[in-house]
Each structure stands twice: as C-alpha cells, then as structure tokens.
Ligand binder design. Structure first.
Ligand code: ADP
Ligand code: MG
Length: 230
C-alpha cells in the first residue's frame, strides 16, 4: 500500500498512531533500508513467515493500542528455530494479555534479526511555529542519559545532515573507537535526507522515530519505526 494510502487508512480508522509495519513500509517507499518483515495473523502464519525470512527472527506484537512494544513484553529477539518461535509467540500473547488486557491484537510482526551495529536514532517532531525539526543522536544511554543530540529544521540540505552527524559529542564512536570499525556515515546521511523528504511530503506527521537504526561498516538498517499523525 502506498504511503498516502497507509496514512489515509489510519485516519479513517480513527488512529493517529501508525504501527511499526506501516511506518516501516512508508520508510521503505522512500528508499530507506528496514529489516525484512511480515505481519502474521496467527501462530501458523508466524511459523511460515519465520521460515521464509530465515532464522534467527524477531517477533513483535502488532496492536494499534501498543506504542511501546517492549514495555508490555511484546518483543522477543533472537528466535533461532521453530520450537523457540512457538514459545515466543505464546509468551508475547501471554505478556500482552496480562499487561495490556484490552488491546486490540492484529497479530505478530515477524522480522529478520538484524546483526548488531552501532545504534543511532533519527527523530522528528512538528513545532507549531517552525514546522518539522529533525533530531539525530546515538542510541541508548547517549540519548536517554547524556542527551547528546542535535537538531535541524526541515527540509535539510546534505550539509545540514553531515554537520548533524559530526557535531554530536559521540562522533568519535562513529569514526571507529578502539579498534571498532567505522560506521557508514553516508548511510546515515542518506537516512536523514530521506526522512526530511518524507516529512516535507507529509506535513500531517506530528512525530517520527526511527529508533534504533543499526549502522554497519557498509549500510544501515532501521530496526524500529514509529510515526504519529496530527
Ligand atoms: P519498542 O516498541 O519497545 O521501542 P523495538 O521494536 O524498538 O520496540 O524493540 C526493542 C529492542 O529490541 C530494540 O531497541 C532492539 O534493540 C531490539 N530489536 C528489535 N527488533 C530487532 C531486530 N529486527 N533485530 C535486532 N534487534 C531488534
Ligand atoms: Mg524502539
């Protein structure tokens, strides 16, 4: 389904929150690299898709009522075979039934387990005065505790994106710290620029979070995506 249609559908259903598969599908249409994924409506489909995508996989709850999936025990990573997949499916459904009993459940998002990489975040919020502001930072403690982030108002130029990456305090980590390989800066710039384009095309997006993005020596992959509409 095309990006405009996904947004239109959500609004028609009275939803402001796009689920991960919807947000990732939009990102994909803008040429961004996301983990391979499929929405399964029951256990049998989940097992079939896990086989198709190839183990190890990740299972996540799909619900319009659950924004922070791991907070309710709705994410299980590194599922290595069919037996683990059956257990993970059961466990997620149990967790969600206990922690968010009234949530509408669509199914389980089956996705490839992305290899570990340097974690970065690209985010955006819409300011009533300035419009979309794009944020960039390193993931985890760098954002949450050290607040090592940088902002620019969209639309961005390539220079803006380049500056953003280079001005965070954690930049040396991207350059490859203590024998770690350097992260692909161009892949980050590319993701930021495509995010800027997406926001320009859809002024009705009030918030966007690509968190985390795994960055490799070559390329990057969006592991989780969230979009909230006005
Ligand atoms: P939440 O809705 O709680 O933010 P996420 O989709 O971000 O859920 O998943 C939580 C964490 O699980 C991520 O921050 C990441 O560390 C890990 N994770 C999620 N999906 C994958 C994946 N496809 N490959 C590897 N790790 C993943
Ligand atoms: Mg996340």
């Amino acid at each position: 389904m095309d990006a405009a249609k996904i947004i239109e559908n959500a609004l028609k259903e009275g939803r402001k929150y796009l689920m991960e598969h919807e947000a990732k599908s939009i990102c994909q249409q803008y040429g961004m690299s996301v983990t391979r994924f499929k929405v399964a409506k029951d256990l049998n489909e989940a097992l079939k898709y896990a086989e198709e995508i190839g183990y190890p996989v990740v299972f996540k709850i799909v619900s319009p009522d659950i924004i922070h999936k791991s907070d309710v025990g709705g994410v299980i990573v590194n599922i290595k075979n069919e037996e683990e997949a059956k257990n993970a499916y059961k466990k997620i459904m149990e967790n969600v039934a206990k922690n968010k009993p009234n949530a509408k459940i669509i199914g389980i998002l089956v996705q490839e387990m992305a290899p570990a990489g340097l974690e970065v975040i690209v985010g955006a919020i819409k300011d009533p005065q300035f419009g979309h502001t794009i944020m960039f930072g390193l993931g985890g403690i760098f954002v949450e505790i050290l607040k090592d982030v940088t902002f620019r108002i969209a639309p961005l130029t390539m220079e803006d994106a380049m500056e953003m990456i280079r001005e965070i305090k954690g930049y040396p980590l991207l350059k490859g710290y203590r024998g770690q390989p350097p992260a692909d800066e161009n892949a980050i710039i590319d993701t930021i620029m495509k995010t800027s384009k997406l926001l320009t095309d859809f002024p009705q997006i009030s918030q966007l979070d690509l968190n985390p993005i795994f960055v490799y020596e070559k390329g990057a992959k969006i592991v989780d995506a969230r979009i909230i509409l006005e």
